[in-house]
Design a protein around this ligand. Structure first.
Ligand SMILES: CSCC[C@H](NC=O)C(=O)N[C@@H](CC(C)C)C(=O)N[C@@H](Cc1ccccc1)C(=O)O
Length: 611
């Protein structure tokens, strides 16, 4: 028998670095890493290639952003995982910290530094809990001024190189956005992206002359593609800013659109079936350049060096824990050495499969077969855990250590196979696919889970009596929907931070999030009947699968009463239920101490009911 308490430490000790930010002279690369057990700011000295922890907060750091001129950085920190980020300024090299905001009830989203390093822009919901306005702060005097106030979710994303304008994203829903150009001389903001239907605009970046910008968008397209928006031509009211497509894409472009300081090169990535391919692009010849190949994995946060011809990004794959890498058109290399203590060869690479579902569609999924098959039955069939991602507008991707994800490799090590489907409604497969589960069509995505079981059994991959299901957040809802809709399929289930009742969830989730979620799930005003019909809390009588429930008390996305209600309902009906409540955690359950408790307990639960 393996000793699980030792094993889990190895799996949790697969640390992750993300969010690279260059100092202006490119001598230092800042990033966020959880090497110490909690995300903190770290620095990599690019000359001597040594990394060191730079901040030592007792709470989690969200992001780091170097000033474009000076030896100082912005960091964001929340409390107990509540996602109410506050902004602080940290001096280099002393590490001295000055709080720039201290409003614990208010959420701050850092936007950008001004090009002269004197000011920052950010948005906050200080005026009204549900709305984010755009602010500028002089970091020397601490003086603030609101530069854009709307009853909307506004996020500043870039400061023009000439210092005169901000670029602001307005989040209409999770899948629809606008870009606004905000002159800092008090003139009215200009809507750049008048559009009908849905469009998102991600990672907008100004060209050096402030006359055009580059952005990834799915405006009038199925997939995200890199485009240039020409700001110099006058735009008629109710028209979209003229746009040039840089490269046609059959998959989503992602991870940023990083620009070299002279504006001659761009870099982005393409998400091909969940794996990132790096792209370099020459803006003069308008041609793609050769790019180094990466192992199958995920690229995030592309940042061009202010001094050299290389980009920094975080890279995370099945066999490489999250680290910061750098790449030029000639080569890619790992830059940080955030440790991974597991032998690479013991990590299982998944197989990409597609299975048919009720309406003839093919559902993409990753199947992981454990190296040790000692838990197979006499027919060679394995116990299988189906892992359902959240969102639902998220995507399961083959990475090792997303910090919020249960460590699938650990369950493989304990002898379970894992199937991770991207059921209808997932991101990454185009605009049409992502809407196939909207509002009244939600049960169709649950039927895709039934089809997953059929595929596993038909292909001899699973012992039909030992199929379990686990998911987080919206994926936790999918678990509850699966065990109420198809109770006979499941031997055991695990719901982490899931929704049990869409009505109480929408009433109690942070008011800033309600409108985004209503676009996906249906609204309290217009779809109450549907919301009630699809809510597992009203079908608890159908549950027979033993259920484990885990939740963080400070979760501002899915309030903890969702867990408390389902647990109480099952206890009243004597269905086996095991509840773990974490007091100093929010939605993401990021503390290593939490993870070393939660993840072995999940393994034990599946082992108990799927022996
Ligand atoms: C990136 S996809 C959807 C994000 C969505 N945003 C706003 O509400 C979200 O947070 N969805 C939640 C459920 C919702 C609050 C009811 C969710 O399912 N979260 C998942 C996926 C996720 C992973 C990482 C960052 C954001 C979302 C989860 O926490 O595992």
């Amino acid at each position: 028998m393996p000793n699980h308490s030792i094993d889990i430490l190895q799996y949790i000790l697969v640390r992750r670095a993300h969010g690279p930010s260059w100092s202006s002279d490119a001598s230092q690369l800042a990033f966020v890493a959880d090497t110490s057990g909690l995300d903190q700011a770290w620095l990599l000295d690019m000359q001597i290639r040594e990394q060191r922890q730079f901040t030592h907060f007792s709470e989690r750091v969200g992001l780091v952003a170097w000033s474009p001129c000076d030896q100082q950085l912005i960091v964001t920190v929340d409390v107990g995982g509540n996602e109410h980020d506050q902004l602080s300024l940290v001096q280099f090299p002393s590490g001295e910290v000055r709080a720039l905001t201290s409003l614990p009830g208010v959420i701050h989203h850092f936007g950008a530094w001004s090009p002269d390093g004197q000011s920052i822009c950010y948005s906050s919901n200080q005026r009204h809990q549900a709305f984010f306005d755009v602010w500028i702060m002089d970091i020397t005097t601490g003086e603030t001024r609101c530069v854009l106030e709307q009853d909307a979710s506004l996020m500043p994303v870039a400061w023009s190189p000439d210092g005169n304008m901000l670029l602001v994203t307005r989040l209409n829903t999770e899948l629809d956005q606008d870009l606004l150009l905000v002159p800092l001389n008090g003139a009215p903001p200009r809507l750049l992206t008048f559009h009908e239907g849905e469009a998102t605009y991600e990672y907008p970046t100004f060209a050096p002359d402030s006359q055009s910008l580059y952005v990834l968008t799915n405006y009038q397209r199925e997939f995200m593609a890199p485009v240039r928006l020409d700001l110099s031509s006058a735009t008629l009211p109710q028209t979209h800013t003229p746009l040039t497509l840089l490269a046609d894409t059959a998959w989503d472009a992602e991870a940023g659109i990083a620009m070299s300081p002279d504006g001659k090169m761009l870099a982005w990535a393409i998400n091909e079936n969940g794996c990132s391919r790096l792209v370099f692009y020459d803006t003069e010849s308008t041609q793609e350049l050769p790019a180094p190949a990466l192992p199958p994995g995920v690229v995030e946060g592309l940042q061009w060096s202010p001094q050299t011809d290389e980009v920094a990004f975080s890279f995370n794959s099945t066999r490489f824990n999250g680290n910061i890498w750098t790449a030029s058109p000639a080569q890619a290399q790992q830059a940080t050495g955030v440790p991974m203590e597991i032998e690479q060869s013991s990590l299982v690479e998944p197989e990409l499969i597609h299975y048919p579902t009720f309406d003839g569609r093919q559902i993409p999924a990753y199947f992981y077969r454990p190296q040790q098959t000692n838990r197979a039955n006499a027919s060679g069939q394995l116990p299988v855990i189906i892992f359902v991602h959240g969102g639902p507008e998220s995507q399961f991707r083959p990475l090792y250590a997303a910090p919020w994800m249960p460590p699938l490799q650990y369950y493989l090590h304990r002898g379970f196979a894992v199937l991770a489907p991207n059921v209808r409604g997932s991101r990454g497969y185009g605009k049409t696919y992502v809407h196939l589960d909207d509002v009244e069509r939600r049960p169709d995505s649950v039927a895709d889970l039934k089809a997953a079981v059929a595929w596993l059994v038909e292909h001899g991959k699973a012992d039909p009596k030992r199929i379990g299901i686990m998911g987080r957040s919206y994926g936790g809802y999918m678990v509850l929907a699966a065990i109420t809709s198809y109770p006979d399929l499941w031997a055991a289930a695990v719901d982490m931070v899931g929704i049990a009742n869409f009505v109480s969830f929408l009433e109690k989730t942070g008011p800033w999030r309600r409108a985004w979620r209503e676009a996906e799930y249906g609204s309290l005003a217009h779809h109450r009947n549907i919301l009630e019909q699809i809510s597992p809390i009203h079908a608890v009588d159908r549950i027979t699968a033993p259920l484990m429930v885990l939740h963080g008390a400070n979760d501002s996305r899915v309030p903890i009463n969702e867990a408390e209600h389902i647990v109480a309902a099952l206890r009243a009906r004597h269905v086996p239920v095991h509840y773990l409540r974490f007091e100093d955690e929010g939605h993401f359950m990021l503390r290593h101490t939490t993870q070393t408790t939660a993840y072995p307990a999940i393994g034990d639960w599946f082992e108990q009911y799927m022996p």
